[in-house]
Design a protein around this ligand. Structure first.
Ligand code: GLA
Length: 746
């Protein structure tokens, strides 16, 4: 997978479908040559040739220039551009040197290839385990003026079009240096015709797709809230302008990181595109003392020449194979009901026991007790940090026992990174709050953030939470985060370490999560931040599912889920049916079924008719949901571009598929066909829309005909199931003359 030609000094990192080429040039620079669909070889001269002024420099007061050799700092493509040189397109690594300057000049020093991957200790990362299909190249660069070394890591897989990139900076100087920018990846692309796909959002509009043409203005997709990913998300796509969902070259970049990040994207004067991805430099400045190293988070670079769906599937497969905890990843999660929208803070033992009874009747498998069970928390003004049961309000042991006796699971909500000023913890340890003591810190939702830059604080919170999860037999944990970081300052760090706080806070959070999942490996973890504000690969490393949004109204939900679908597997997308009066339970359930399924409502308030519907829905979800959990996802109709949202999931063996269609506005009869994808052309499939059997090629080219009037907010779901020619004959004989079934869910 990793080849090095000692003569030409070309590295070729590849599998059967993907090639990534770069070389060491005469001057020791790493020159990027190509990334994309597999090609057997490259012609360095033709690839690097630019009719620009060649690189000339002064040596012993003489001009030195090699005219036979195409290289120019301002025009060549790099693996890692140096800072303050003639390359003005931005550098991924910026260092304040011992002498105070920020000029760097990184040149090749050495390289090595290992089977497998270098493990990163304190950050979530690609889990290779015992897999043998990965190789890693480490190229060490050295700054020619100092003893600062920069290692670039590239891990490539033999069966997935993914390259994992990150870096390590080592301070070999005798004095401190400061890292003022430490990105994980630089990707220089030839060509000008790219479009950026990113997401933006806010509370209850957690992720919405935004497409931006990439031109000469630098675009920065970034976040500086500290640990929340709905304003912008740390995953983007770069697609050829003409690429569609089905065809064309597309790159996907996804950071395995939940802290402040940035993607810089823009064209240079020669119309070449540079992308730099990693920790956001705006809020970063990290001191490295003599002999210390800094490791950047990993950035996943996925490629497909089969359009956006190709990259989406690669990112999904990658997350399922290498990020999400194995124990949960391909396993059906219990259908849950959460107490939040049913009772908010107003519950007691009896109410929760009734909720368990009712949920059981409806075919729900787990009850989750949300916010309000600890301290004296009867509203959101108090008690975060006091992780002790409020015995006056709830007898947890009794409730959990009650659930388990009925073969129901039980879950609990926590918000470990937070502290309420009105809490015992704050009274005894005001120094645990993370803010600059020279200002009046802003409260959001009446709370402050804990100083997780300090291992002491992390350990103390762990002990408290851990004792609850040890004492009570809890099956699931919802791990929330309801404000972002502001006016940061730490009583545990020096004032000049301000630029380390955001990253150290993230490391502390990861440490806590790590301790939790190691101590409670059987607890299903769902992370959350005011809804879906922390969707990223960093969180998925610990929690197999993430609450997608507090918004459950169908029109808005679909756009949020759609944007999330593009980057993250559907099995990770917490999606629930609420009682909000915008739609039928059936419509809402069909949408929620394309995520991890559950409810946010009070079953005691349901009509008998609604209850019947919900029982039926739950049976269907149990029967068909595995297709969503393990299948390949395809977007069929982009909801941002039409009146429809449509997508489908197909199992890897192509024997079962689940198709989704939604109409935003009401429409009369239109000649409306859903052309399916991803089926086997010569395989017969039964479909639950018409109760008929056709070949895959018919569904994919003719399509499923839904040319009927469709109401506003109407959701449909159809199943396709492979049948043999013999089964087809028998089925058709048995059903000849019978009416077609129409307009039903499955
Ligand atoms: C956040 C979550 C909600 C709920 C509340 C509890 O807003 O998104 O689902 O858990 O916190 O305070």
């Amino acid at each position: 997978m990793i080849e090095f030609d000692a003569k030409t000094k070309i590295f070729h990192l590849h599998n059967e479908e993907f090639s990534y080429y770069f070389c060491i040039n005469k001057l020791g620079y790493l020159i990027h040559l190509y990334s994309g669909k597999y090609i057997q070889s490259v012609d360095i001269e033709r690839l690097t040739e630019r009719y620009v002024e060649r690189y000339a420099y002064l040596e012993n007061n003489q001009e030195v220039c090699d005219e036979s050799y195409y290289f120019a700092l301002q025009a060549s493509n790099f693996e890692c551009a140096s800072h303050l040189t003639g390359d003005k397109r931005g550098a991924p690594i910026i260092i304040k040197n011992v002498d105070g300057s920020t000029l760097t000049d990184f040149r090749y020093h050495s390289h090595s290839v290992i089977n497998g991957k270098v493990e990163i200790e304190n950050l979530p990362h690609t889990r290779i385990g015992t897999k043998k299909n990965v190789q890693t190249l480490e190229v060490v660069l050295k700054d020619i003026r100092s003893n600062v070394f920069l290692s670039l890591y590239y891990s490539i897989f033999d069966d997935m079009n993914v390259l994992i990139r990150n870096c390590k900076v080592f301070n070999g100087e005798n004095e401190d240096i400061n890292l003022i920018k430490a990105a994980s990846l630089e990707l220089d692309l030839f060509g000008e015709d790219y479009t950026l796909i990113s997401t933006h959002g806010t509370w209850s509009m957690d992720r919405l797709i935004e497409e931006t043409p990439i031109n000469h203005n630098k675009i920065v997709v970034s976040d500086n809230h500290g640990a929340r990913g709905f304003y912008h998300n740390p995953a983007i796509m770069i697609k050829e302008k003409e690429a569609t969902y089905k065809s064309g070259d597309v790159f996907g970049l996804s950071l395995i990181y939940s802290g402040n990040f940035s993607f810089e994207v823009g064209q240079d004067d020669l119309n070449q595109t540079r992308i730099i991805a990693g920790i956001n430099p705006e809020t970063f400045n990290f001191k490295l003392s003599k002999g210390e190293t800094f490791i950047t988070p990993e950035c996943v670079l996925a490629f497909s020449d089969k359009g956006i769906n190709g990259v989406t599937q690669t990112l999904h497969d990658f997350a399922r194979e290498y990020i999400i905890p194995k124990k949960f990843v391909n396993v059906e999660r219990p259908i849950l009901i959460n107490s939040w929208e049913a009772y908010y803070f107003d519950f007691d033992t009896l109410k929760i026991k009734k909720l368990i009874d009712e949920a059981k009747e409806l075919g729900i498998e787990m009850v989750v007790l949300d916010d309000g069970w600890f301290g004296k928390r009867n509203d959101d003004k108090t008690s975060l940090g006091d992780w002790e049961l409020n015995l006056e309000k709830i007898n947890l042991e009794e409730v959990i026992d009650y659930a388990h006796k009925q073969k129901m699971k039980f879950g609990l909500w926590v918000e470990p990174e937070m502290i309420s000023p009105d809490s015992s913890l704050y009274k005894s340890h005001p120094e645990y709050a993370l803010y600059n003591r020279n200002v009046k810190p802003t409260l959001y939702r009446h709370q402050l953030v804990l100083d997780f830059t300090s291992p002491k604080v992390v350990n103390e919170i762990f002990d408290m939470i851990s004792s609850v999860f040890t004492k009570y037999d809890i099956d699931y944990c919802k791990w929330d985060f309801n404000r972002y970081l502001s006016e940061i300052g730490s009583t545990f760090l020096n004032a000049d370490q301000e630029g380390e706080i955001y990253h150290r806070f993230m490391l502390g959070t990861y440490k806590l999560l790590d301790k939790f999942v190691k101590k409670f490996p059987n607890v299903l973890l769902e992370t959350c931040a005011s809804g879906g504000g922390r969707f990223d690969l960093g969180m998925l490393y610990y929690s197999p599912q993430i609450w997608a949004s507090d918004e459950t109204d169908p029109n808005a939900r679909i756009e949020i889920q759609f944007a999330t679908n593009l980057f993250y597997p559907l099995s990770t997308i917490g999606s629930h049916v609420s009682a909000r009066p915008f739609s039928t339970y059936q419509d809402k359930a069909i949408i929620a079924a394309f995520g991890t399924f559950g409810y946010e409502l009070d079953p005691l308030k349901l009509s008998e008719e609604d209850k019947k519907q919900i029982v039926e829905i739950n049976k269907l979800v149990k029967t068909w949901h595995h297709i969503v959990t393990i299948g390949d996802y395809y977007t069929l109709k982009d909801p941002t571009k039409s009146n429809y949202a449509s997508w489908m999931c197909v199992t890897k063996n192509k024997k079962e598929a689940l198709v989704f269609h939604y109409n935003f506005r009401r429409e009369p009869t239109r000649a409306r066909y859903i052309k399916l994808v991803g089926l086997k052309p010569d395989q017969y499939y039964f479909n639950s829309l018409t109760n008929k059997i056709y070949r895959g090629d018919f569904y994919m080219n003719g399509g499923l005909n839904i040319s009927c009037p469709i109401d506003e907010g109407k959701a449909m779901m159809f199943v396709l199931k492979a049948v043999s020619p013999l089964e087809k004959t028998i089925y058709e004989k048995m059903n000849s003359g019978k009416e077609e079934k129409r307009d039903k869910i499955v």
